[in-house]
Design a protein around this ligand. Structure first.
Ligand SMILES: C[S@@+](CC[C@H](N)C(=O)[O-])C[C@H]1O[C@@H](n2cnc3c(N)ncnc32)[C@H](O)[C@@H]1O
Length: 274
């Protein structure tokens, strides 16, 4: 299924909370060997997609800015690279770009703004205020890479084989067929109430969303779709996926407001196949 390894393997071009880069080695033996179409309804930075590079894929997310950025990198990369070339690592420039309204920019410039802010903001966070405006402060880096053109080209090539759309996760039920593979990487269920990390999008992802996702998972299972899901190791997650195969993996917590809480942590992978 996977094309041979090459030096121009794409890596996620956005830093994204919950990015799966560090888990790919442990996930390797868990991916199905053969499948039809690949679906990733919480695509984020797309670490798993860029790793698998399936020949046919549908990628979606409910973050419109992220989805537009993926589409621009796929369809209009020269213009994105050109626009990135006009950005510099400078505090005043950062705040001027942050103040621009993405909806008023042409697609390639909107994508360049997203990539630029992501590479230069504090911790690579994505956080918006109640009006949907990006509000992460300027980050301190020594000479951050704003435009990694070779990697963007590799990403663009991989994305050309994908349908990309803005959609809430249940839309996968309209698309996935028997023999397809769906990988779910939702915002994780919090380990404690205070650990709730809701910065992905306005509204957050609540317990009722986790339960709705488990219903979607079961429906896909009934249809004969291969399903893999990542989540935190909590009693709720173990309960709503009981009956399925649950595998523990070790992760390092990357984004946490309290540095002391960074460290090794057990996470779960739920599979409906052997
Ligand atoms: C854990 S992140 C995915 C990380 C990604 N797998 C990676 O490696 O970068 C979760 C993603 O789910 C998206 N999301 C949150 N709620 C959603 C919903 N109801 N429907 C679809 N996507 C949603 C967020 O915008 C975010 O990109």
């Amino acid at each position: 299924m996977r094309p041979p390894k090459s030096t121009d393997e794409p890596r996620p071009f956005l830093k994204w909370a919950g990015g799966k880069g560090q888990l790919l080695e442990q996930y390797g033996p868990l991916f199905p060997r053969r499948f039809g179409r690949y679906h990733e309804p919480f695509v984020g930075g797309g670490a798993v997609f860029f790793h698998l590079r399936p020949p046919r894929a549908t990628l979606s997310d409910d973050n419109g800015e992220l989805v537009d950025c993926l589409i621009a990198v796929r369809d209009d990369l020269p213009a994105v690279i050109d626009a990135l070339g006009r950005h510099v690592y400078d505090k005043d420039h950062y705040y001027a770009v942050r103040a621009l309204s993405p909806d008023e920019l042409p697609l390639a410039e909107r994508a360049a703004r997203t990539i630029y802010l992501n590479r230069t903001c504090f911790n690579g966070l994505y956080r918006v205020n109640s009006k949907g405006g990006f509000n992460v402060p300027f980050g301190r880096y020594s000479n951050p890479t704003i435009c990694d053109a070779p990697n963007l080209r590799a990403c663009s090539r991989a994305l050309k084989r994908a349908r990309i759309e803005r959609a809430p996760f249940p839309a996968v039920l309209d698309r996935a067929r028997r023999g397809d593979f769906v990988y779910f990487d939702p915002p994780y269920h919090p380990l404690s109430k205070t650990a709730y990390f809701t910065a992905y999008a306005k509204g957050g992802f609540r317990e009722e969303d986790q339960r709705e996702l488990a219903r979607v998972y079961s429906e896909l299972d009934r249809r004969g779709v291969l399903v893999m899901l990542s989540n935190s190791d909590t009693p709720l997650v173990r309960d709503i996926y009981r009956g399925f195969r649950i595998v523990r993996v070790q992760a390092t917590r990357a984004i946490n407001s309290k540095a002391a809480r960074r460290g090794a942590i057990t996470e779960l992978v739920v599979l409906n196949y052997r």
